[in-house]
Design a protein around this ligand. Structure first.
Ligand code: SF4
Length: 189
């Protein structure tokens, strides 16, 4: 279990400093569209849970966005259940585990979906632009794109982590929540 606990008001700042690209992308799309399809709600919702977002904050977080699109009544009726479900509060009360990189990379996002792994699922132009936005350019960017071409997506993500944090990450990235906690360790050191 991660010792880190995140609260509602910190999400945007933490996304900038410590979320891996897959999760930064989904937060951006959620803020933009006030909606995420099922695959995104699962991948991003479970990540936030794993990062230490409490159920009450998770409900407030999703409600604030979705109510702008579908209204809060429909949110409470159609979407709140599945969020509680992810926290093990409904249905079979399974405590769902956040997805690993392997699982995310093997997803097959369709049109209008924003889940998946950007290194695997973005086109080259979009990926370059997204990495530029993280402040990565020049040689480090070319090296990352090289790994992507060779289908070494987690390695590309590890190199992004290293370029963004200015440290080496010898263990490599294999889970978005690991990316997050490693980042917090570096930033709080
Ligand atoms: Fe997310 Fe893992 Fe892809 Fe990095 S390698 S963007 S953490 S799924």
């Amino acid at each position: 279990k991660d010792a880190v606990e995140i609260s509602l008001k910190d999400i945007d700042q933490l996304a900038k400093t410590s979320f891996p690209l897959c999760m930064r992308h989904m937060l951006e799309k959620l803020r933009e569209n006030h909606h995420l399809k099922h695959g995104g709600r699962m991948q991003f919702g479970l990540f936030l849970k794993g990062a230490g977002l409490k159920l009450e904050d998770a409900l407030a977080f999703w409600r604030a966005e979705f109510s702008q699109k579908v209204g809060s009544e429909r949110f409470d009726k159609e979407y709140a259940y599945s969020i509680r479900h992810n926290y093990g509060k409904e249905g079979k009360r399974t405590d769902y585990t956040p997805y690993s990189c392997q699982k995310i990379i093997s997803a097959t996002p369709g049109v209008g979906d924003h889940h998946g792994c950007p290194y695997r699922h973005f086109g080259e132009e979009n990926l370059r632009a997204a990495l530029n936005k993280m402040g990565i350019s020049g040689h480090p960017l070319d090296d990352i794109m090289d790994k992507v071409k060779n289908r070494h997506y987690q390695l590309a993500c590890t190199m992004t982590f290293e370029a963004a944090h200015g440290v080496s990450c010898d263990t490599g990235i294999n889970h978005p929540n690991q990316y997050f906690s490693e980042s917090q360790k570096v930033l709080k050191a």
